[in-house]
Write a protein that binds this ligand. Structure first.
Ligand SMILES: Cc1cc2nc3c(=O)[nH]c(=O)nc-3n(C[C@H](O)[C@H](O)[C@H](O)COP(=O)(O)OP(=O)(O)OC[C@H]3O[C@@H](n4cnc5c(N)ncnc54)[C@H](O)[C@@H]3O)c2cc1C
Length: 447
């Protein structure tokens, strides 16, 4: 270990990066497992993505959850019963604020403080350098472990479209309010949940709306049989219906509700249900059916101030919104620490545990087919148990680490998805929770 007197040694304390939903769950569970915790959050309050008051938040005024309330909440902290099935984004922020207050997390969080580097210094310990978000002098402290919960929905992944356009081009991250769409000719690029939400808002505000998608998708409604659709899906999973049967039922249910969307000019999906990240939007088919949203293919280029589409057609929007997602960023970590592959994707066991650095974990780097928070809770419990095992029984911890760290993703995930950046962290929540449960069992004291 380096001997550096100007570095404050926090001994057994754990550093947590970020105080969004994942960071809060990590802090809470680490505290409950007896660790001292210093959490650094570069914004001035908790909530992360849901904290719409800060510039980097990806939420827009009309955003509501696409996962239903009882399936979205943390298992140990329910949302109020009188909240709607699909709460507004401001309610999720209020929920996270209450979670932080209830578990007394605030006193462990340093707000307005950005982690600028984290370097392993041997013996599993980390030198973590922080700085005020606005700049200023930096400070380095030494920790026993680092848990990264920096989110993966804040750095816009912008498409590279050649040519010049007369109109304005913004990423969905800059879309905040329907007023931005009023009386404009809008092209929305991207069929993710955000792209579909914005297309629907544009259908109510803009004069013309084109929606460009690269392939056909399964657009699920928010309700089936009068219940939130994810609750119906959860019931089918409880009945242990085989995947092929669930896929057949899914097709039947969509045929009976939204109907055949190719009638409106959308391409047919080139994959089966459950083979891409769920898109949940009841209003999209409605506005397609009313001619308010015109589906168009991929954008080929900007040409002559207009947009040229893959089929050679030209359209002339005055606002283009690229809803093309977000890319993960770990600027404060050297890429090899998280085994970053040449395409930029980190390779972590269970998308959480660094394979060669047992005291480095990432929480929240998941895109589940259901709500994220329950998974993040159990991830945090597993990280806390793992760090405790390492402290209390290093020999057993080393054995667990050796067995677990080499397991490739297909060893616990059966999920087949369309191979694309969008699905880097896609997980089936049932598979994922089973794998975490398996790890927790392995870490239980020997009988
Ligand atoms: C529009 C939209 C809708 C969504 N809808 C749903 C939904 O319906 N259901 C659902 O389950 N999920 C949904 N999600 C996913 C959502 O991202 C998660 O619910 C959750 O907010 C992720 O939390 P997180 O803590 O992992 O990341 P974030 O919320 O992004 O928090 C990360 C935190 O880390 C901080 N940070 C980052 N880098 C540093 C650094 N270097 N130093 C200090 N602090 C740092 C950030 O400031 C931020 O506060 C949605 C996401 C978006 C964008």
């Amino acid at each position: 270990m380096h001997d550096t007197p100007d570095i404050a040694d926090r001994r057994d304390a754990v550093c947590v990066v970020g105080a969004g939903a994942s960071g809060l769950a990590a802090v809470k569970n680490l505290l409950e497992h007896g660790f001292a915790v210093d959490c650094y959050e570069r914004e001035t309050s908790v909530g992360g993505a849901w904290n719409w008051r800060h510039d980097r938040s990806p939420v827009y005024a009309g955003a509501h959850l696409i996962t239903s309330r009882p399936l979205t909440e943390f298992p140990d902290f329910p949302m109020p019963d009188n909240w709607p099935d699909y709460p507004h984004h401001s309610q999720l922020l209020s929920y996270l604020e209450r979670y932080a207050k209830h578990f007394g997390l605030g006193e462990h969080i340093w707000f307005g403080t950005e982690v600028v580097s984290a370097v392993p210094v041997g013996d599993g310990r980390w030198d973590v350098t922080t700085r005020s978000t606005g700049g200023g002098s930096s400070r380095t402290q030494r920790y026993a472990a680092i848990v990264v919960a920096n989110g993966h929905n804040w750095h816009p992944a912008k498409p590279d479209i050649e040519g010049e356009l007369r109109g304005q081009v913004i990423h969905a991250a800059q879309y905040k309010d329907p007023a931005q769409l009023r009386n404009r000719k809008v092209l929305v690029i991207g069929a993710g949940n955000t792209g579909c939400d914005i297309a629907v808002e544009a259908a109510q505000q803009a004069t013309t709306v084109w929606h460009s998608t690269r392939r056909g998708y399964w657009y699920a409604p928010k309700y089936l049989f009068g219940r939130p659709a994810d609750q119906v899906n959860a019931r089918m999973l409880r009945w242990r219906l085989p995947l092929r049967l669930r896929q057949w039922l899914y097709r039947r249910m969509l045929a009976l509700t939204a109907g055949d969307l190719t009638r409106y000019g959308l391409p047919a999906p080139d994959h089966r249900p459950y083979e891409s990240h769920p898109i949940v939007n009841s209003q999209l088919p409605y506005y397609l059916g009313h001619g308010r949203i015109k589906p168009v293919p991929d954008v080929a280029r900007f040409a002559g101030g207009q947009v040229e589409l893959a089929d050679g057609r030209r359209i002339d929007p005055d606002l283009v919104i690229t809803a093309t997602g977000y890319a993960p960023r770990f600027e404060f970590l050297a890429p090899e620490l998280v085994d970053t592959e040449p395409d930029g994707r980190p390779d972590l066991h269970l998308h959480a545990f660094a394979r060669k650095h047992p005291t480095l974990a990432v929480v929240g780097l998941l895109q589940p087919d259901a709500a994220l928070l329950p998974l993040v809770h159990w991830q945090s419990v597993a990280v806390a148990r793992w760090l405790r095992l390492r402290r209390e029984d290093p020999v057993r911890a080393a054995a667990v680490q050796q067995k677990e760290s080499a397991r490739p993703i297909p060893s616990w995930s059966r999920r087949q998805v369309v191979p694309s950046r969008r699905h880097w962290f896609e997980v089936d929540h049932v598979d994922y929770l089973k794998a975490v449960e398996g790890l927790l069992r392995e870490m239980e004291p020997a009988k």
